[in-house]
Design a protein around this ligand. Structure first.
Ligand SMILES: [Cu+2]
Length: 445
């Protein structure tokens, strides 16, 4: 039996915990572009759920599709930035959260004021596009085929064990139809037997379309044409399960930084060399780099390079390399020069189903910024009836690289939002295309 003093201690502890949990976060010391922290995300969802509490009846509960920072407008941020440090902490920009939720088969767009802990606006969204998918609805929809007789028949027909089948969701795409109102999701199913690499074992020919609003299968095709599930053999990718022969042995290497890392992290502000920028994260757009600026040695001022970029930091790397320039001046002299260079890379790796996207923003002391995306992970394939390329007499929409396995032609699109303030906010965008013109009069251009 617990003593009364230990009960008092427990009560005090609980009270203290409750008070700390409910304390209003100190936004005054935050940068207005700092992303919402996990505790603030919880606060936002609890404020919204207070208005739309969950009930026991299914299908009517509010679901969160997106929760993130509702950024202050650019003018407010720029005027806040122009304040001295003391006034910056005193002058507080509003701190708002943007929520997209599904409730009673409608999409709600909700703005929550984090300081007053109240809902500012809540409107039904009827514009273009759909709210982001959430994991829960994808999981629920992915279970539907397992109670759907035609799908069970398709699995049986292929001689597969249903307990090893799993279905993964894909967006259906939007092809310009403005009247389309259904929020649909497509499912591709895989056989996760004898391999951890289920993406290379599709149940080809099966198309399942789920209407998320009604949470039911609205379209089903099985055009299998006797396409076998590709074999599991040689699809293992885990290093620990690899068998010889292995690749060539490589010597290890490392980078030494005797003076420590060259970058500094203060909250969400990163400074490195002549660069300073803010790094945030948004669940939908990913990494966000804001207010990136370099110190201009000639003008002795910081030049704002750009205000908003969408990217994020998972990892930061400093890369050192040399630039070699060789200039030959015929008959006079040969100049051979090399000088060191370095880059700071802000890297994010986003895992999206079978793919891992490596998103890099490379900052250089010269003031240039390079960006790029690398793609790795498990590549997308399509099942096929072909087992040898000589059987292919038509456009197979891909390259056969193994029995029943096509490396399918497809594209990846990435969207960048850039707002550049080069030498001020008044900028224009010029796109140049070089065209080759034939010189016909023997002149030298
Ligand atoms: Cu791909």
């Amino acid at each position: 039996m617990a003593s009364s003093s230990s009960i008092t201690k427990l009560m005090l502890f609980l009270l203290f915990t409750l008070l700390s949990c409910s304390a209003i976060p100190s936004y005054q010391h935050q940068h207005p572009l700092d992303p919402l922290t996990p505790s603030v995300l919880n606060l936002v969802t609890s404020i919204v759920l207070k208005k739309h509490p969950h009930t026991t009846s299914t299908g009517q509960n509010l679901t969160f599709q997106y929760v993130g920072l509702d950024e202050p407008d650019k003018t407010s941020i720029l005027s806040w930035l122009s304040l001295n440090p003391e006034n910056k902490t005193k002058t507080f920009l509003s701190r708002l959260a943007l929520v997209f939720a599904r409730y009673k088969k409608q999409t709600l767009e909700i703005i929550v004021d984090l300081l007053t802990r109240s809902i500012v606006t809540s409107n039904v969204y009827n514009g273009h596009g759909y709210p982001t998918l959430n994991i829960e609805e994808q999981d629920r929809a992915g279970k539907l085929p397992f109670d759907y007789k035609p799908f069970l028949e398709s699995v049986r027909k292929r001689g597969l064990n249903l307990s090893n089948v799993t279905c993964s969701s894909y967006t259906v795409g939007w092809f310009g139809d403005l009247n389309k109102s259904a929020r649909n999701l497509k499912f591709q199913c895989y056989y996760a037997n004898e391999t951890p690499n289920l993406f290379v074992r599709p149940l080809e020919g099966i198309t399942i379309t789920v209407d998320l609003k009604e949470m039911k299968i609205v379209e089903y095709f099985d055009k299998s044409n006797n396409i076998s599930v590709p074999k599991a053999e040689d699809t293992e990718y885990r290093t620990s399960n690899q068998k010889p022969p292995f690749g060539p042995k490589l010597n290890g290497f490392g980078i030494k930084q005797p003076d420590g890392p060259g970058f500094k992290i203060d909250g969400h502000i990163i400074s490195w060399a002549n660069w300073v920028f803010h790094v945030g994260f948004d669940v939908r757009v990913g990494p966000i780099i804001s207010l990136a600026s370099i110190y201009d040695l000639e003008k002795m001022v910081s030049q704002s390079k750009f205000l908003m970029l969408f990217v994020f930091l998972k990892n930061m790397l400093e890369i050192f390399c040399g630039v070699i320039q060789k200039t030959a001046v015929p008959g006079i002299e040969e100049i051979l020069e090399s000088r060191p260079d370095a880059s700071l890379i802000v890297r994010t790796i986003s895992t999206v189903a079978n793919y891992d996207y490596i998103i890099d923003w490379e900052f250089k002391p010269s003031g240039s910024i390079k960006f790029g995306i690398g793609l790795t992970g498990i590549l997308a394939i399509k099942g096929t009836a072909y087992t040898h390329k000589d059987q292919i007499k038509e456009d197979a929409h891909g390259t056969l690289f193994s029995d029943h396995t096509l490396a399918i032609y497809h594209d990846h699109y990435s969207t960048y939002h850039l707002d550049l303030d080069l030498d001020g906010v008044s900028n224009s965008f010029v796109k140049s295309n070089l065209e080759t013109v034939k010189v016909t009069d023997n002149s030298s251009p």
